[in-house]
Design a binder for this molecule. Sequence first.
Ligand code: HEC
Length: 129
Amino acid sequence: MRIVLPVAAALAFALVATAAGLAAAHPSLKATMRDWKAGLATLQSQIEDGKSYRAADVALLATRIGDDAAAISTRLHGAGPRAADVKQRFETLAADVRALADATSRGDARARFEAARATCIGCHDAYAH
Ligand code: HEC
């Protein structure tokens, strides 16, 4: 997947993140995000390649991303509706990827992968524009 963040949008995004208490809560957020991007690319190829699809491989990686997202959410204590919204979005992502980890068929995995990806994009859209 590709997340395009123009410089100005990325800056606005970072400011919102700071306002929401995100930066303080998770200083390595950028590194985590990059790791997630790579993780999603791997998951997508695991799911799309019918011959090598293995639910256990998908579950391993999806669970790791879910644990990250849940850990970030736990550390967010910012006040205000925006902070609450950001926290909720990380919880939604955790639920999405944990559902992906539980998928037993490629068809389910594909749909659940798309739901998780939509949650990534939803947060970026909400705070980048
Ligand atoms: C709840 C909000 C939220 C969710 C959900 C979210 N992100 Fe992000 N993402 C951010 C914020 C905030 C930044 C900007 C961080 C910064 O500039 O410090 C960011 C930045 C990024 C970046 C750019 C990192 C860089 O090098 O500057 C990538 C890539 C990324 N996210 C991928 C993902 C992926 C993949 C997912 C889903 C698995 C995801 N994000 C889910 C909020 C979110």
